[in-house]
Design a protein around this ligand. Sequence first.
Ligand code: AMP
Length: 410
Amino acid sequence: MDTHAGLHSQAILTINAGSSSIKFSLFLVPQLNQIIAGQIDGIGGEARIKVKLASKNTDETIILPNGSRPQNHREALSFLIDWLHQFAKDVDVIAVGHRVVHGGQKYSAPTLITDAVMKDLDALMVLAPLHEPHNLAGIRATQESFGGIPQIACFDTAFHRTHKFVDDCYAIPRYFYEQGVCRYGFHGLSYEYITDRLIHLFPKDARKKVIIAHLGNGASMTALHHGDSVASTMGFSSLDGLPMGTRCGEIDPGVLLYMMQHEGMDATEIARVLYQESGLKGLSGGLSNDMRILENCDLPEAKEAIDYYVKEVKREIGALTALMAGLDVVVFTGGIGENSAVIRGRVLREMAWIGIDLDEARNLDGEVIISSDSSRVLCLKIHTDEERVIAKHTLELSDNRVVKNKVSNI
Ligand code: AMP
């Protein structure tokens, strides 16, 4: 495979290690042209790497040869790194950027990873037990393989560290807050990318009262004023707020007490139900977590799952609007937000009362502006790119490090 990068091109590698898959990209520096985007999934079973090369316009799927079935993230990453060394041998990786789901209350910006930072991140594992261990495994694997090159952690929680106490606390005894039990909000890298795009595309509107709806397999919404996050639908964990592919979204904590006291379920079983068996999948009676399948299904359970989803999106738009005392812009992004004219259409049509006038043709055509010219609220559909945000920060921070090293060497 030829990356068409040119001999000894320098690149930033980004790693986004999720619970069952690892996304990766290579960006040439300094322009950050993305030359490879891929995903390794099926970890623990028949793993495969799907890759998209900028030089070709097709997706390729590479089934790993027999005997190289990575059983866990560490093995998958070392396989991926070997594969990259082989297939992108014309490229020198000069820094690695990692998506790290949780930065706790301490990390409000991307950070150069040192031993002290790794110690902090290990301690944060308890706040995101389903995600953080994979993120940290990714960091350790690339540290081993790439030696001393800069490794940068980009946190999903960092974007929301602008919240006031009342927007982050829960009404439980205060000492829990001191322990770090508070609302963090997630999907921050996606919100950062969309905010940058807004400033670039709609500079007059970007600093007004904005709601960004990141509707993917995971889903959340964020209210922004003056370009800063003021509230998020996600809270302490990535379970809160909107229903998701398999995650429950907002739920009465009394339901968890019921599961424990009457069903005899322990924390592991409850976590499995809330993270893996709920949301669209749970509500549709196990039909699917995929909105495409539910939209094309005539069964009442599929319809009810979509009805609940739309209701919750509308409810949260209303709540976030109330917190900002107004609404000027709504942006849809993520797999559902970008691709489902049905969901966008239903939400926006049913929220006409708030000053939204949907342009049906623009919505069906998937244009960037999907509201009419006379709509008081500007409604947009913008593609998100979390990997590019990671690459940008990694370049900036690793450049700084090079400059600092030069200064200290003088
Ligand atoms: P993401 O996590 O952002 O990659 O989003 C993945 C989800 O987007 C999938 O599970 C689908 O539910 C949804 N999706 C992707 N394409 C479409 C589409 N054309 N219509 C409706 N939903 C879609």
